[in-house]
Design a protein around this ligand. Sequence first.
Ligand SMILES: [Zn+2]
Length: 179
Amino acid sequence: MELLNKWIKKIKTAEEARYLIPQNDCSTKILLCGPTYSDITFFGSFLLDAKALKLWAIDHSKNVYSTNKVTQQARQFLPIWLHTVKSDSDNFVTLLDNPMRDVLVPYVFDFYTKGWLKVYCHQCCEEFDSIVDNEHDLLKFGNKSSWTDEWLCHQGHILHHKDHDVRWIVRKKTKGLVL
Ligand SMILES: [Zn+2]
């Protein structure tokens, strides 16, 4: 019985999971990733242009769905939050909560290629509009691939480093039925 109660409590908690809307307005600069968040793969501070993100966020909230309720609620709140961005808010940086980071961080490289990111290197204390993409160690064995994503500042300091290991699942071709 105790186990059943625990189980019911767990389900109720999951049902009640709700995104807690940030109390602060969003500024023009959003800190997407970096040491402030204790990130283990991002060593530079990646600053995202909130104004550039507005249309992307509307489109993204309509077309991408997460099974995680809280992440999904954060995704749907993002365009509303970005609506609060004032053009004179350049002098402070907005930090993200975890659900909002779950929505945005997977797109860090996309944002970079769109020109919406600036990266601050904590080693040379400089801000960069562009990074040096130093992807390496691409290996393929059968259905396994591995590689290392590495981004550097223009002085050669590591801004991001992540090892990837992927196993590809290949669907077998089915023979057509002959009637
Ligand atoms: Zn540097």
